[in-house]
Design a protein around this ligand. Structure first.
Ligand code: HEC
Ligand code: HEC
Length: 513
């Protein structure tokens, strides 16, 4: 897993692409050995074979350098090995979506080349003449026509969609294992911040051409493949894949507020209602929540996007997150691919019962005696039971009250399509029992937190992903806005400060919802 801060930096650097040194420098393996002992050994191991305690807890595991098999290479698809610049790059920039960190702020270019010289020794590659970079032909610029052509080739004969799915969310082929027997998934192409290299068209071209060794990702420059693509076609596909990035789903640290727009009349019931499209989305990181030291937990959901609307009488929130598996216990196909035991998918929001006044501190986890919380928890249902929503009130972990969601007229409906869940939750804004339920008043900063469960990834109960506290604001109609905005700005600054403080201590301090 990657730290939030690193992820943000990655997202920023992703769009700028990779700037390589003009040529590989020769490295000193003795100097490399020393740096390796200091920074790499606890993951990649003394012998470079990745037999370490840390490795046992990571998926994907650290590379075993004795096999000479690398994922990211820009050499010709027939060359078995990457060249020095490829290795340099992965060490310098790290591999997003995995535990492999980037080292550019710790090590100089020369030190990284020293490491390259050293790790090659583990596989006896030190004397190898490693191949030059592949042929790129003439790059085709991004344009609507090129993207259209790429889209056609992506779907033609199910070439890429066979694994990456109709919308590129990596949801089509399930239960894949890499060569080392670890469970893998085709990349979700709408989330380029998880690409091991980047989603720059040149990088995508390179991956398509040569594949990702050790995994099922094929090499499409291979003339023996009936799905082969010419260089020109690979540029079109690369431009199409680049266009799939959901930039509105990038997590922006300054974005801490779910802003609900006011609507006259009925709030939408359908997830594809155009009103939602007009509402500003906010995306947050989901991080694992674990009570105690359970078996290592590799979460599969990494972000959640929220949009909210309100009318004079009602409040609605649309929650959207990518999940490659629709987890319905009792469903044979779903059960076959779950690991190891299937549970329902789920999502929850947590709100305080009373809106905190002034700078009063919101509270962690499931609240406390003076700061009770209320939780709306949706579950995807089983083959025998329909989707459901539960209402929970809590004043701390030990003090949880299950309530009837219908008593508060809370409704929730989920829709699954092409690797994405969309769930709408609705509730009347007022007329509630103020001792137990929040009044959703416009113009106030209301703390809100989210949680999600991927039931095919053994997530249930306290084993799930969650966000830190953020804010919900029912944006007042124009007129009152300037005054409220000024007051709200104060909250925001406070909120961001809290957020940073929390993310530092979240592991210890956050609890189950
Ligand atoms: C926290 C654990 C960790 C540390 C520390 C770490 N790595 Fe890695 N490394 C990984 C993981 C995990 C992968 C595999 C990622 C994947 O398969 O997607 C990896 C992959 C690699 C790769 C493979 C690149 C490829 O194209 O396949 C190289 C090279 C590498 N690491 C070098 C290093 C060097 C050199 C250091 C020390 C400066 C280092 N790593 C430190 C976890 C680590
Ligand atoms: C047989 C299944 C399969 C097919 C077909 C396939 N892929 Fe993949 N792809 C994968 C897997 C698995 C991964 C993840 C590999 C890993 O674990 O690092 C992947 C990863 C990727 C990545 C991520 C690169 C990175 O830097 O992380 C891109 C981009 C990609 N595929 C594009 C494509 C395109 C475009 C096509 C069609 C031309 C295609 N794939 C066809 C299985 C497939």
């Amino acid at each position: 897993m990657i730290e939030k801060r690193n992820l943000f930096i990655l997202v920023v650097t992703l769009w700028t692409g990779f700037v390589a040194p003009a040529a590989a420098k020769s490295g000193d393996p003795d100097a490399g050995a020393e740096i390796y002992t200091q920074f790499c050994i606890h993951c990649h191991g003394e012998e470079g074979d990745a037999v370490t305690e840390t490795a046992d807890r990571l998926n994907p595991p650290p590379r075993d350098f004795t096999t000479a098999q690398y994922k990211i290479k820009a050499t010709d698809f027939e060359d078995d090995f990457p060249n020095d610049l490829d290795l340099f790059r992965m060490i310098r920039d790290g591999m997003p979506g995995s535990a492999m960190p980037g080292w550019s702020d710790v090590l100089s270019d020369q030190q990284i080349f020293d490491l390259v010289a050293y790790i090659k020794i583990f596989a006896g590659l030190e004397e190898e003449e490693l191949g030059p970079s592949m042929e790129y032909g003439e790059q085709i610029a991004i344009s609507a026509e090129s993207i259209e052509q790429g889209k056609r080739l992506f779907h033609e004969g199910d070439r890429c969609s066979e694994c990456h799915g109709k919308e590129g969310r990596g949801d089509a082929i399930k239960g894949l294992k890499d060569d080392a027997g670890f469970r893998t998934w085709p990349r979700n192409l709408t989330k380029p911040w998880n690409f091991r290299a980047s989603n720059d068209p040149k990088d995508i071209f390179t991956r398509i051409s040569t594949g990702i060794p050790g995994t099922q990702m094929p090499a499409f420059a291979d003339p023996t493949s009936d799905k082969q693509l010419t260089a020109e076609e690979r540029w079109h596909v690369a431009n199409y894949v680049n266009s799939l990035a959901k930039t509105e789903r990038v997590v922006r640290p300054e974005n801490t507020v779910v802003k609900a727009d006011h609507v006259n009349g009925e709030l939408p019931d359908a997830v594809d209602d155009p009103l939602w499209e007009k509402t500003e989305p906010s995306t947050f990181f989901l991080v694992p929540q674990l009570i105690g030291e359970e078996r290592f937990f590799t979460p599969s959901n990494d972000t959640i996007t929220a949009r909210a609307l309100y009318s004079d009488t009602e409040f609605a929130i649309l929650l959207e997150w990518d999940d490659r598996t629709k987890s319905i216990p009792g469903d044979e196909t779903a059960e076959k691919i779950s690991d190891p035991e299937i549970a329902e998918d789920g999502v929850a929001i947590q709100l305080p019962v009373k809106i905190p006044e002034g700078s009063e501190k919101p509270y962690f986890g499931m609240g406390d005696a003076t700061n009770p919380v209320t939780i709306w928890h949706w579950k995807s249902g089983t083959t025998d039971t329909p989707q459901s929503v539960n209402l929970i009130n809590a004043t701390g972990f030990e003090n949880i009250e299950q309530r009837d969601a219908a008593s508060l007229s809370i409704t929730a409906q989920g829709f699954y399509q092409d690797g994405t869940w969309r769930v709408i939750m609705k509730r009347p804004r007022s007329g509630v029992d103020k001792e137990k339920d929040i009044e959703l008043i416009e113009g106030k900063a209301i703390p809100i937190a989210f949680a999600a469960w991927d039931g095919s990834n053994s997530e249930q109960g306290s084993r799930h992903t969650m966000t830190a506290w953020y804010w919900l604001l029912l944006k007042p109609d124009i007129g009152a806005r300037p005054i409220v905005s000024a007051a709200f700005a104060g909250f925001l600054v406070f909120g961001v400060l809290l957020w940073w403080q929390r993310s530092a201590s979240s592991k210890r301090a956050t609890k189950d919802v």
